[in-house]
Design a binder for this molecule. Structure first.
Ligand code: PRP
Length: 222
């Protein structure tokens, strides 16, 4: 019989790497490296705790449906997930902590030769390609700028380069990806960091298991 009682959903890459020190602060060591293994369920030093690896945009879904008890995902991912479900607060995920990890920003970027300021000033209708349609829609609506949104799933930088869009809304960290593709950041939209999300039922039913972990995370991010 499996002894696992608590499942944590993480995505590979920066979120996984930057969650490890927080887990360590809670006395939890992940026993396999996702970059070296193809396993999707990773054991920890605690027989009652396991980590599942899912796509970043699937973390809220796993936690919402109880496939995982808790998870770590970007504020961007959470906003887009909630928008699909009818807006902030509609999903009922408990969001106790900003973990202040995987920090970056959501920004508007265009080709270096595109005059964004004039286009916006003149009331032009902008074609905007993005994976983050809810964030982009809300941002341009609040500015009173008309946009046609084109939903993409990755490599957004290509959209202005191929003439498919005037602008993109994407995450910027170092700015290297934009630079390498001759794009410039013209307007920041919001700062992004990763949040802890917890299944509300798990919070009640597994309180004794969850509470020390939430407390350790809170102390480690204070
Ligand atoms: C993000 C984003 C950019 C890149 C920006 O992609 O979409 O492509 O990081 O980082 P930089 O400013 O440091 O160059 P990510 O690697 O998260 O993967 P994705 O393409 O799957 O979104």
């Amino acid at each position: 019989m499996s002894q696992v009682k608590l499942t944590l959903a993480l995505s590979k890459g920066r979120i996984f790497e930057e969650t490890l020190p927080l887990l360590r602060a809670a006395g939890i060591e992940v026993l396999e490296d996702p970059e070296k293994s193809r396993k999707l369920i990773l054991p920890t030093n605690r027989p009652d705790v396991q980590v599942v690896l899912v796509r970043a945009s699937d973390v809220p879904t796993y936690v919402q449906y109880g496939g995982a008890d808790l998870g770590v995902c970007g504020k961007d991912t959470l906003i887009e997930h909630e928008a699909e479900w009818g807006g902030a607060g509609s999903v009922g995920l408990y969001q106790p902590l900003d973990l202040k990890i995987a920090k970056c920003r959501m920004s508007v970027a265009v080709r270096a030769d595109f005059d964004y300021a004039s286009a916006v000033r003149q009331g032009a209708r902008l074609k905007v390609a993005t994976k983050y349609v809810a964030i982009a829609r809300e941002f341009f609506a609040s500015k009173g700028v008309h946009v046609d949104l084109i939903k993409l799933y990755g490599s957004m930088e290509l959209a202005p380069l191929t003439g498919m869009a005037d602008a993109i809304v994407d995450l910027v960290s170092t700015g290297n990806t934009l630079k390498a593709n001759h794009l410039v950041e013209v307007e920041p939209i919001m700062d992004i960091s990763s949040r802890l999300v917890v299944n509300p039922t798990a919070l009640k039913v597994k309180r004794e298991l969850l509470r020390p972990i939430l407390d350790a995370f809170a102390r480690a991010t204070a």
